[in-house]
Write a new protein. Sequence first.
Length: 431
Amino acid sequence: MNFVKRAAFSLVARAGKAALLLGVFGVICTLLLGGFLLRGATERREAETQRRVGVDVTVRGDGLTSAVVGRLGTYPLVERYNELLRAVTVPPPGLAAVVPEGTPGGGGKDGLTLNGVRASDTLLDFATGRVRVVAGRGITVADARRKVILLERRLAAKHGLAVGDTVELGGAGGRREPFEVVGLYRDTRQDPPQWTSAADLGANQVYVPVAAVTALGLGVKPTEAVFTIGSPDLAERLHAEAVRLLGPKGFRFDVNDKAYRDQVLPLRRVGAFAGALVWLIALCGAAILGLVVLLTVKERRAELGMLLALGERKWKLIGQHTVEVTVLLVPALGVAALTGQSLAHRAGETLLAREQYGGAAPRPGTPSRPGTAPHEAAAPDDTPAVPDIRVSAGDLAKVAGIGLGIALVSTVVPGVGILRLHPRSILTDTE
């Protein structure tokens, strides 16, 4: 009889043991698929998060000009950049700042912090989601020559302003300029418990294009420039370019990789763990299945001796066991496809939570390098989101390939014992 048919009859006759092998194989395939799904999802999310957050390098100095910022911004390592010009303006009547409770005299003369930016969405607060645009839009590069403004919703609510309204800002020498409200944002940070100047409150941070600050006569040179690069390893090369343009002294170069470490590195560690898990499962699965097959071979010595006595070749006996195990791979893949996605998602939630709050990360709000302002660090609740996990044909093909390898190893290695069998000794022992 063909050994493939014999394998099919054997599976039916030994349904209980076949179910046991199927259960073991199903668990192995499910864990393998979960590892592949988690690793692939974390790699995709890592690339997306690295592009969105990156590492911020802040350059300050007297020699910093818009031209220098533009040249640094076109350096190949720079993914995006922002030019910032900060100033404090005393708003004209009708646009009083939001003042802290208990401010003497009501704080009527307190000013707004005017933030001239190239694009608001590239600021770290906006990129990490700590500050979100809730109506309209943010400041974009296309607004460079326009007089538009982005307000915090509390300031807008105090004066009944909405997207599309016009508001005046005061400048040097009593100058006033009208600005169109193009968006409202929400600052999720809580105000500090101690008394703080109104200009330092999140509600009074106003964003306009850089040229608008210059038009108000409140500044010409950028206060600082922020360049986003892909990883902390690239900071030294950007520093060398800054030295070439600004000279060896007279500027400050601060690297803030807190957001990168908080959001990218946990994903990277989870991906590495998932990759190691795949290999560990493959090795353990081969060992477990090998032991089960080895016990099966010992239990079926009489059957093997009879087949050998009838002239069956030993390699066909090994092939029969290989077919019996390999056939179970197909339903095991089906079980893995149904449960692997849920397993990987739950594992991702657990591992990311442990990476974020396990104590390995620095304390929230601590700057990563000297000179980096604490307020530029990522918010403590910026936990990386669980990656989008989905089953693909490629992942199933990988699991099938490894599963086939496990089936071969777990049957061929115990099959060495079959090659040493002699029918006369087997039949004598079983009598």
